[in-house]
Design a protein around this ligand. Structure first.
Ligand code: UGA
Length: 432
């Protein structure tokens, strides 16, 4: 059993801490946010993540998982100090490292026994060295035996626990091989492939992986747009491509493109790093441009169908950036709603888990209780997020509720033929 301190209880820190506790370690999760910690101590989760609440409660009950705002108490006995704090985008797309710095300073100030500092936050290449420097300088000659390792996370929101417990790989980077091997031991029970590299390479693997996945999606969206012009079906094209093992079937769903707290921030940060060091990241730039256009194309399609959008009522199904999360960060739905409102449209929307967050930011949108209320009086219905509960709607009822039978399926969730038979004017993405 190892003693772990996890700094930051965002979705990465909370999932990581909880899963390590479940693997039998003693874990203290620490956050500077009083409210978040007092809620966690009452068993209230700060995010919606399937399976998380139960796993937290189980491990708290077993005495392996605790929550605190007290840096000193959290770090005192730690063999491993995981940094899992936020790295928001700065004005130029650069990652803002102020929280990583605070965590490193706390470690320097409060730890007195040998420790491995493990960075889980997505940080610019070179940050591991920078963290080591901060700790060294801050100790100001006071000895501390420590090493820094990078251990990027590959957790998807909505399936984070599964992704932790059944990873495709664990990546560890450090200049101190022994430290990396000690971290590898924490993952031994998962029996997955563990790749040990130097610090900078591990940091780069994270950015390159997210950027590649975002590229796959933008690629298929570009193909979808070409399919629309040429009368091919992008869904079949993706199946046909994905059967080639060199390509693979994942992340080839055309639609409204990628959002969330990771891809937009990470692709931008990678492009920013490239520019700073004299490269021209043309592909990354195109990947971002295509993604931005994909949302606008949806509004253009609506305009084409409805003429002016002024005073039109548009229903939006799904607000979260993807299903199984209440996270609205950079959700395609938000930008589409904003663009519709700029053109004078009235918007009514519903999301299975995102309504609480939506109420905080969508002031002039009618927030509905279910998909049928969204359809009521709508001149068009836009599907922005492919939640399971939207798959089997009563479309005959929806047809009766809508002012005009126009459906924009932004995620290719529904069967066009079935909807057309019911009298809908159906438009998907990249489908004839
Ligand atoms: C992503 C990565 O998948 C994780 O490996 C990584 O750890 C995480 O970012 C992170 O850096 O923290 P996540 O943002 O939770 O995870 O969501 P994804 O499932 O990757 O989806 C990202 C976006 O792409 C969503 O908006 C989704 O709707 C969109 N997407 C995904 C598509 O438009 N098409 C697809 O085929 C797949």
């Amino acid at each position: 059993m190892s003693k772990l301190c996890v700094i930051g209880t965002g979705y990465v820190g909370l999932v990581t801490g909880t899963c390590f506790a479940d693997l039998g370690n003693q874990v203290v999760c620490m956050d500077i946010d009083d409210n978040r910690i007092s809620q966690l101590n009452k068993g209230v989760m700060p995010i919606y993540e399937p399976g998380l609440e139960q796993l937290v409660l189980q491990n708290v009950k077993a005495g392996r998982l605790t929550f605190t705002t007290d840096y000193a108490a959290a770090l005192k006995d730690a063999d491993f100090a995981f940094i899992a704090v936020g790295t928001p985008s700065g004005d130029e797309g650069e990652a803002d490292l102020q929280y990583v710095r605070s965590a490193a300073e706390a470690i320097a100030d409060l730890v007195e026994k040998p420790v491995v500092v493990v960075n889980k936050s997505t940080v610019p290449v070179g940050t591991g060295d920078w963290v080591a420097d901060i700790i060294r300088k801050r100790r100001n000659g006071r000895p501390l035996q420590f090493s820094v390792a990078s251990n990027p996370e590959f957790l998807r929101e909505g399936s984070a626990i599964n992704d932790f417990m059944m990873p495709d790989r664990v990546v560890l980077g450090s200049e101190d091989r022994k430290a990396a091997e000690a971290v590898a031991e924490l993952y031994a029970a998962l029996r997955c492939q563990i790749l040990i590299t130097d610090l900078r390479t591990a940091e780069m693997i994270k950015y390159a992986s997210n950027a590649f996945l975002a590229t796959k999606i933008s690629f298929v969206n570009e193909i979808a747009n070409i399919c629309e012009e040429l009368g091919a079906d992008v869904r079949q094209v993706a199946v046909g491509m994905g059967l080639d093992k060199r390509i693979g079937p994942a992340f080839l769903d055309a639609g409204l493109g990628w959002g969330g707290s990771c891809f937009p921030k990470d692709v931008k940060a990678l492009a920013h790093m490239a520019v700073l060091h004299g490269s021209q990241p043309q592909l990354l730039q195109a990947v971002m441009d295509i993604n931005r256009m994909q949302r606008r194309r949806m509004v253009m399609k609506l305009r084409k169908n409805l003429g002016s959008l002024d005073e039109k009522t548009i229903g939006v199904l799904g607000i979260s950036f993807k299903p199984n999360t209440d996270d609205l960060r950079d959700a395609p739905a938000l930008e589409i709603i904003h663009l519709l409102q700029l053109e004078g449209a009235k918007v009514q929307a519903y999301d299975p888990q995102g309504m609480e967050n939506a109420a905080k930011i969508l002031k002039s949108v009618k927030l509905c209780k279910n998909p049928y209320e969204v359809a009521e009086g709508a001149d068009a219905l836009v599907l922005a997020t492919e939640w399971n509960e939207f798959k089997q709607l009563d479309f005959a009822r929806i047809r009766g509720l809508m002012a005009k039978p126009i459906i924009m399926d932004g995620r290719n969730l529904w069967d066009p033929q079935h909807l057309r038979e019911l009298g809908f004017d159906y438009t998907g993405v990249g489908r004839p």
